[in-house]
Design a protein around this ligand. Structure first.
Ligand SMILES: Cc1ncc(COP(=O)(O)O)c(C=O)c1O
Length: 426
């Protein structure tokens, strides 16, 4: 920042999820087969997709130990389908966290319902069960919990709350495949768990998503929502599932090429997570001397999958603002960002309470009897972390290695050594 050599002078390698020979061969075989999608939006064999889609779903079902895995063309469409599958609709509220990617809350608006934001915990940045309880009303239909940055939320406490109040619990596990709590995978404790396979996740298909569940009815509803369900239901004759007619279908189908990549990628998840964990453990150990920087918290009985390596910056300890620290680190050439996404309720859609046309729906829909609250100060912990404390880096992943960790620590050391000068920065 004040001149002189940077710690790192070269760009980071492109994000790589060990895409290699296995993916190449599967894609080429699919191209040679010339059937790039196996779906048909009509009743029959092709309603559930082609051979690659089915293999990918088998792979996820086996990995997560669930009875069903339903693939989608994104986690956003999987989340929308999950919300619709559990029966959320106009007039309903769904409790969500403010700190996440926007789709974690917007999927509720997609179902014409109202997201209600509950605050997060300091330690894991995930939903705080005590705050969730305070937000339950007679209109609450479901809770969407996000296992953020690779760490499971307090899923068991949230499961108890959702059972007690007869609410559905949906886990947005887009960032945390392979994370676990008491030996159970995050994503498998709620009624439905959603994974993302977009290109910056732990494993990828370019774009894609998967929902895992042990609930037959939800799985079937998600399959229908994924693939023009209203068409199929016109010919459906299953008397055991009387509420199945309440389905609006979309086209959320995964292609055979994407599935070819995904069925190879799931085999590599454990290897990729091992790299993330090794790098994160060595970075955590190396940051111990720096009291102004708290490395990621890992709760007892939990395992972290380190989508991001998240730190809490303590301005009082450092003597300057978090953003000065980030500027100084970035000047050293290392990858670091302040704050993650803004609290979701600060987005204009929530501030203006206009989503569809100019009717004010779903926030001021005639079916909705509540008062949406998206005012500043709504979730003080999320706001403080975003504005002042949260710092993330994504260096702890393949193909990065010990060099990237060493450089990061060297940059922290240099910045710490310049405390007096930095404390005069605005
Ligand atoms: C927590 C979370 N939820 C949902 C999504 C949406 O995923 P996709 O891009 O696959 O729709 C993301 C993507 O970044 C995410 O991080």
């Amino acid at each position: 920042m004040y001149g002189g050599p940077r710690v790192r002078d070269i760009p980071y390698p492109t994000h790589d999820t060990m895409i290699g020979r296995e993916e190449e061969e599967a894609v080429i075989a699919t191209l040679r087969r010339k059937e790039l999608s196996g779906f048909s939006g009509r009743p029959g064999d092709r309603f559930l997709g082609g051979p690659n889609v089915r293999r990918l779903e088998d792979g996820f079902r086996t990995y997560f130990g669930t009875t069903h895995a339903v693939s989608f063309n994104s986690a956003t469409s999987a989340l929308h389908s999950a919300v619709a599958a559990v029966g959320v609709g106009p007039g309903d509220e769904v409790i969500v966290p403010p700190t996440s990617m926007s789709a974690s809350a917007t999927c509720v608006v997609m179902a014409n319902a109202v997201p209600v934001f509950a605050d997060i915990e300091d330690e894991t940045f995930c939903l705080d069960p005590n705050e969730v309880e305070k937000k339950i009303t007679p209109r609450t239909k479901a809770i969407i919990v996000v296992n953020l940055f690779g760490h499971p939320a307090r899923l068991e406490a949230l499961k108890e709350i959702s059972s007690e109040h007869e609410l559905a619990l949906i886990e947005d596990n887009a960032q945390s495949p392979g994370a676990a709590i008491n030996g159970k995978f995050a994503g498998t404790i709620g009624d439905i768990g959603v994974l993302s396979l977009n290109y910056h996740k732990a494993i990828q298909t370019g774009e894609g998503g998967v929902a895992v569940t042990n609930n037959d009815k939800y799985a079937q509803r998600m399959q229908l929502i994924r693939n023009h369900g209203e068409v199929v239901l016109a010919k459906w004759t299953d008397d055991d599932l009387p509420d199945l007619e309440n389905i609006v279908g979309w086209n959320y189908r995964m292609t055979e090429i994407e599935a070819a990549i995904g069925m190879s990628q799931i085999e590599k998840l454990d290897k990729l997570l091992e790299v993330r964990r090794d790098l994160a453990n060595s970075l955590t150990a190396a940051l111990q001397p720096y009291k102004f920087l708290i490395p990621p918290f890992v709760r007892q009985n939990c395992s972290h999958s380190y989508y991001f390596f998240t730190m809490r910056f303590l301005p009082e300890e450092a003597g300057y603002h978090r953003d000065v620290f980030v500027r100084a680190m970035q000047a050293e050439g290392v990858a670091i960002s302040p704050g993650y996404e803004i609290p979701i309720y600060r987005y204009p859609m929530y501030q203006n309470q206009i989503a569809y046309g100019d009717t004010g729906c779903p926030f001021r829909c005639p079916h909705y009897t509540g008062e949406p609250d998206y005012a500043a100060g709504l979730c003080p912990t999320a706001e403080r972390l975003y504005d002042l404390e949260l710092v993330t880096t994504d260096i702890c992943k393949f193909p990065n290695g010990a060099r990237e960790v060493k450089e990061f620590v060297e940059a922290v050391h240099k910045v710490a050594d310049n405390q007096e000068r930095l404390s005069k920065e605005a």
